[in-house]
Ligand binder design. Structure first.
Ligand SMILES: NC(=O)c1ccc[n+]([C@@H]2O[C@H](COP(=O)([O-])OP(=O)(O)OC[C@H]3O[C@@H](n4cnc5c(N)ncnc54)[C@H](OP(=O)(O)O)[C@@H]3O)[C@@H](O)[C@H]2O)c1
Length: 341
């Protein structure tokens, strides 16, 4: 077992690794600028009913963006909360359960029929389940919520021309990932997307694996939607570090008092942890950037498994094939870039 493998393979090592990371000296640090506003920009955040997503909604609304909170719960009260805290009325809620393919379709249809154009998409929703659960379409819930929903949502948004690409505008697609994406040794392509049973002991390991899938997709997406070297979209991924959120809500009841204590003392508040999301949504320093990654506010290389072009090609084709089994095909094709052929 490598040192890295030990870091995020279970809930305890993951928690303490996260805390240790906070105390390490960060290199290549970036900072927010008060002058970067989002007046006239439209943002959609998935999983904006809690934790990091809720805080992102407040801070981006304060920056002047029209914020769409795509949530499965908290409608309408979390929207009212964001309006109140931000002082902005440009805050709307849209219902979505990202574990359900039909619900994602309805969200995209609503955006299309309302002629909403997105400048910034924040793929934030995630779940850490106590055990495996089957979705309505028979997929494994954490795989669907933490990875496949992002692939499907973005491909449908691209098909429906929901991103604002008018007048050379470069939309930003931001993935909330995790340093745990470095943990898995590799990919299991032969069992990609197959439903399998697991219990809490395996959840944290799989969480890291699904973050790896998502981060690999982020890299391939950037290559495919910017195929000629002319920047059309920016794709960003980040790890916010340990956040005092509701992410451990399904932890066994016996550990909850301890977790509450550790989260309260050592984990960062959503208001602080959201900084890399706000940076990628607002900063002009990344205007010309096709792909970038932050850990906390520190620019870092993603794991080489995630940036690998062969893995990128595989995640794309395997995800398409899996969705094809669900009867889903896409109108717009994004062939692999010439450099990858
Ligand atoms: N907390 C950490 O220490 C940490 C560390 C690294 C990365 N992250 C990442 O940060 C992001 C935000 O997590 P958080 O810490 O803020 O956790 P959180 O408070 O649990 O928020 C998760 C959000 O995802 C939503 N969600 C879950 N399943 C959904 C579904 N099927 N459909 C629609 N929305 C769904 C939740 O909605 P409901 O409220 O309706 O359940 C909630 O709004 C995640 O991507 C997570 O992996 C967190």
């Amino acid at each position: 077992m490598t040192k890295q493998k030990e870091r995020y393979s279970n809930a305890f090592t993951a928690t303490f690794s996260g805390i240790a990371d906070l105390f390490r000296k960060q290199k290549n640090v970036v900072s927010l600028s008060d002058g970067d506003t989002l007046i006239g920009k439209t943002v959609l955040i998935t999983g904006a009913s809690s934790g990091l997503g809720l805080e992102a909604a407040v801070q981006l609304a304060r920056k002047g963006a029209h914020v769409y909170m795509a949530c499965r719960s908290g409608i309408p009260e979390k929207g009212e909360y964001v309006r109140k805290l931000s002082g902005s009325r440009l805050v709307d809620m849209l219902p979505v359960d990202v574990s359900d393919i039909d619900s994602i379709r309805r969200l995209v249809d609503t955006l299309r029929s309302s002629s909403i154009k997105l400048d910034i998409l924040i793929e934030n929703a995630a779940v850490v389940p106590a055990k495996s659960r089957k979705t309505k379409q028979g997929l494994e819930e954490m795989f669907m919520v933490n990875y496949l929903s992002k692939f499907l949502h973005i491909r449908w948004l691209l098909d429906a021309d929901i991103f604002n690409t008018a007048k050379g505008n470069v939309p930003r697609i931001i993935f909330v990932s995790s340093e745990s994406h470095r943990n898995p040794k590799g990919f299991d392509w032969s069992a990609f997307g197959e439903y399998h049973e697991y219990a809490m002991g395996k959840t944290v390991e799989l969480y890291g694996y699904y973050k790896l899938l998502m981060t690999t997709f982020a890299n391939e997406l950037s290559r495919r939607i910017n195929p000629t070297g002319h920047l059309k979209y920016s794709v960003f991924a980040l790890c916010p570090g340990p956040v005092n959120s509701n992410i451990a809500r399904e932890a066994p009841a016996i550990f909850k008092p301890l977790l509450k204590l550790v989260f309260g003392i050592f984990f960062r508040s959503p208001a602080k942890a959201v900084q890399p999301v706000i940076y990628f949504a607002t900063s002009h320093e990344v205007d010309a950037c096709p792909i970038d990654y932050l850990f906390l506010m520190s620019r870092k290389e993603m794991d080489s498994k995630a940036t690998d072009i062969v893995n990128g090609e595989k995640i794309w084709t395997h995800s398409e094939a899996l969705l094809q089994k669900q009867g889903i095909t896409f109108e717009k094709q994004f062939p692999k870039p010439f450099s990858q052929k």
